[in-house]
Design a protein around this ligand. Structure first.
Ligand SMILES: N[C@@H](CCC(=O)N[C@@H](CS)C(=O)NCC(=O)O)C(=O)O
Length: 78
């Protein structure tokens, strides 16, 4: 399964997801959309909007911090 979490530092909703990942020692590749315009454009291309956090699961965008945490709970926790 290919996962990427789009986020930016200081985003409180991203912080909720990152805190959940830290609590459960989950490693998911991350991309900071404020790092450069290409990353933000990449997110818009995949999900049609620049909102973060966004978890891209095998090329499909999942927005909303609650939905991302619920997905991680169901799919990444043993
Ligand atoms: N309800 C969303 C709120 C996400 C949200 O508002 N993210 C802000 C950053 S803190 C954002 O990406 N705003 C810019 C945009 O929507 O394009 C969640 O829980 O994930």
């Amino acid at each position: 399964m290919n996962l990427t979490l789009y986020y930016f530092p200081g985003c409180p909703f991203c912080g909720r997801v990152l805190a959940f990942m830290e609590e459960h020692t989950l490693e998911v590749p991350k991309k900071n959309i404020h790092e450069n315009d290409a990353v933000r454009s990449e997110l818009i291309e995949i999900g049609q909007k620049s909102q973060v956090p966004c978890l891209v699961i095998d090329g499909k965008a999942l927005y909303e911090s609650n939905d991302i945490i619920n997905w991680m709970e169901a799919n990444l926790l043993k």
